[in-house]
Design a protein around this ligand. Sequence first.
Ligand code: TEU
Length: 558
Amino acid sequence: TPDREWWKEAVVYQIYPRSFNDSDGDGVGDLPGVVEKVDYLDSLGIDVVWLCPVYESPNADNGYDISDYRSIAAEFGTMADWEALLSALHDRDIRLLMDLVVNHTSDEHEWFERSRRREDGYEDYYYWREGLPDEPPNNWESFMGGSAWTYDDVREAWYLHLFDEKQPDLNWENPAVRDEVAELVNWWLEKGIDGFRVDAINYVSKVEGLPDGDPDRSPTGLEQFSHGPRIHEFLRELYERTFANYDAMTVAEMSGTTVEMAGDYLGESGDGLDTIFHFQHVELDVGPDGRWDPEGWGEWSLPELKRITSRWQGELGADGWNAVYLGNHDQPRIVSRFGDDETYREESAKLLATFLLTARGTPFVYQGEEIGATNAEFDSLDDLNDPMTIGGVEGLLADGVVDSYEEVRDLVNYTSRDHARTPMQWDDTESAGFTDGEPWLALNDDYPGINVEAARADEGSIWHHYRRLIDLRHAEDVLVYGEYDLLLPEHERLFVYTRTLDDERVLVVLDWSAEPATVEPTGVDAADAEVLIANYDDPPADPVGSEFRPYEAVVYRL
Ligand code: TEU
């Protein structure tokens, strides 16, 4: 059995503050708006809030471009508002994770301003390269489309940005940069927060000399800047100088991580990180050329999802712990992607919740998932806000891969990061109770039917299913610490697993499809099974040999 830790037993709820709740009518969610909803969070039963960035930022990437790590953006409120949120959460025994974005800063950060002017001590805070303004130093591409280099007219040199041109990459090779990062992390930990979600941290070490990348890879350069040669050294050093000295949880966002790599990052025997957001399951349905490949997207198979999930569930080792998620602010809505947002919206949203809350690892619920929020529709480029989507589409247009937005509209309506960023749907009044003003991003027009108020009024709703599952997880140690074993690995429609802790055993049966499916004998004796939770009335009493209905999800105690 793994060591007991509060963060293993916790259920985390992710808040995208811009879209959560607006208290002052400017159309942008804010910190007092979150405070107003702390009782709401408490009633759902969650233990931890991960708050996406609320720091000062010119918002080229909605706060992931930070211009001052130690201040709150005016549109979100003041430091006093933030402190009020921290105490409102702590008063209810809810902990707070902040977002740590230190692969890059904003180009409006003071460090960059000084660096581009070659001020003493700041010259090497970023990746600068000399050269002619018409020839970037290498062939690396940015995640936001186009070259990863921009020529700066002030310094008359190129700077590297793996994301937007307003997000220059910090040069972690420079010890002064690592000092700055450790200081700001400790500054926040001293304010009493409970940990960090660590943004895009797999990119902080780049191959020496910044060599060209394989031109056939998308984005080009990935193998030169992801999980680079000094990453473990940098992360271990940061851990020892910061997190190790606090009772803090860390969840590191690291695309490209396999379960084999994870051991070197996690726990005391690795770099000291607690958990990782890997990307393997959210890359299943992406085309061969990446997320904006207009060909070959949208298909994923359950056996493959099970294979990936099961490797992480079963093979992390004693020092590892999973972070379990299906959606977040960078991904489409989970019911539209992994479920069925039409005929079986209720059933499939409850099935996804059942998976999230009975898998082994700390579950992350993204705002709106608890009401089964669906993808929106973006009819033109003007309806979009996300720089990654816009950059992706503009790249395809510029390269002549497509001739018009219409040709990629279906892809955008499948995968855009904007889906998850439409405002939270609180009730059926104008603007869904999110704001008294004009929302910064259009609401999904399904809010009159899909909203928190309606869901809470209905005992059979997705919302109440989440609440009951969270209660169940809190009550049953086996759901937290129990070993995971997959049954029926090749089944096309059923995802069946057990969780086992000493003599406690739970069986989870998910018909992850729109068709009925029968559980064939698996070697598990379930004749006296007790139903702990189900998303249909009258679930099969003895699951083995029984037929499950579309998206039926049942948890049994054996
Ligand atoms: O996202 C990082 C991220 O998703 C990439 O690391 C990922 O590897 C890439 O999209 C390829 O799939 C984080 C934030 O969550 C996101 O909102 C920010 O835009 C980004 O970092 C930059 O800070």
